[in-house]
Design a binder for this molecule. Structure first.
Ligand code: NAD
Ligand code: TYD
Length: 343
């Protein structure tokens, strides 16, 4: 089997590359990634000498190059992780989100139509459902919940989902979509909540918590997400959407306190800063469909997962120190300078 994985030098795609290359030595796992700021070849270092691994540095919006790869590799499956993924960046520069997340998806699906495919899989997010009120813990998103987005990021992901469904209905493109809650684990870029807080706490730097830290996310250990996608691609029903979630809802402030406690750092490092505009209050996934139909469930609890994640950041300092020592510092000053000035 030939399997194209786009965005495989990023956080989840990178973990998925490791998972697939090791689990399926007889399949060819072909990564396509344009190596934006979020793509990192060091993430793929541990698998780079495996015989079933291949890498192309190509942008998914580059139609000509994508067609050439499809013609050469004749993929059975195409799994699309490639995206601009950070909400805060989408508030600064929405355009690249629309280009990569929507037009890139279109190019990949056109390639699938042109060269034929067993299954195109779109990696989507719970953020397409918008948010839920904090005071209604009884409410959750299931797959029929209306699409109701808040940020340019989530709007671009929802647009891509709609396009996938349109290609399925109109062109009979064989496809599935998964919508997952917040992931955490190894190789997570330190602009997102958990790796940002771990790396800054280890350096005794202030931890910027937006608003009052009451916003709630549902967290899933990244390897459980990888396993779910593998199951959906192989056994999921054509044209279906599957929610994936960790049954682990946590307020941001509680996560930050857990991290500080585990690292034996003082809570005085916490700094409440100006809130994210349009900040989604709560995400809560109902993954009953994938649990019932495919027998998937999370194998790692939040308590186990956060321990594994913190251990990974402690044992892999060069990976994240390379990131935060470079251009990233300018990013931090730009994104947080104003937040910390104007609480
Ligand atoms: P990430 O930002 O860590 O990685 C994205 C990868 O895509 C990077 O390697 C980047 O170089 C690559 N990329 C970006 N634009 C590209 C382009 N035009 N052409 C080729 N490659 C390109 O993102 P992530 O957190 O690993 O998320 C992966 C996918 O999962 C995204 O589609 C995201 O929407 C979805 N998702 C993420 C989460 C989460 O918690 N991180 C949760 C649910 C769904
Ligand atoms: P993030 O990791 O950016 O994921 P998403 O916005 O896709 O859920 O943020 C998770 C939560 O943490 C979100 O409610 C915003 C909050 N947050 C902070 O409080 N401080 C930070 O520095 C960051 C990056 C996020």
């Amino acid at each position: 089997m030939n399997i194209i994985v786009t965005g495989g030098a990023g956080f989840i795609g990178g973990n998925f590359m490791h998972y697939m290359v090791n689990k399926y030595p007889n399949d060819n796992i072909i990564c396509i990634d344009s190596l934006t700021y979020a793509g990192n070849m060091e993430t793929l270092e541990p698998i780079k000498d495996k015989k079933n691994y291949k890498f192309y540095k190509v942008d998914i919006t580059d139609r000509k190059s994508i067609y050439e790869i499809f013609e050469k590799e004749k993929p059975d499956y195409c799994i699309n992780f490639a995206a601009e993924s950070h909400v805060d960046r989408s508030l600064e520069n929405p355009e690249i989100f629309l280009k990569t997340n929507i037009l890139g998806t279109q190019v990949l699906m056109d390639a699938c139509r042109k060269y034929g495919i067993k299954r195109y899989h779109q990696v989507s997010t719970d953020e397409v459902y918008g948010d839920l009120p904090l005071e209604r813990p009884d409410l959750q998103f299931d797959e029929t919940y209306p699409i109701k987005t808040s940020s340019p990021y989530s709007a671009s992901k929802a647009s891509a989902d709609l396009l996938v469904m349109a290609y399925h209905r109109t062109f009979k493109l064989p496809c599935t979509i998964s919508r997952c809650s917040n992931n955490y684990g190894p190789y997570h870029f330190p602009e997102k909540l958990i790796p940002l807080m771990i790396s800054r706490a280890l350096n005794n730097e202030k931890l910027p918590v937006y608003g009052e830290g009451k916003n709630v996310r549902d967290w899933l250990y990244v390897e459980d997400h990888c396993r779910a996608i593998d199951m959906i691609v192989r056994d999921g029903k054509d044209g279906e959407v599957y929610n994936i979630g960790g049954h682990a809802e946590k307020a941001n402030i509680d996560i930050v306190k857990i991290i500080l406690k585990k690292l034996d750092k003082p809570e005085s490092l916490i700094e409440f800063v100006k809130d994210r505009p349009g900040h989604d209050l709560r995400y809560a996934m109902n993954p009953a469909k994938i649990e019932k139909e495919l027998g998937w469930k999370p194998s790692v609890t939040f308590e186990q997962g956060i321990d594994k994640t913190i251990d990974w950041y402690l044992n892999n300092k060069p990976w994240w120190e390379h990131i935060i020592s470079g251009e990233y510092q300018n990013y931090f000053d730009k994104m947080y300078g104003y937040r910390m000035d104007k609480k």
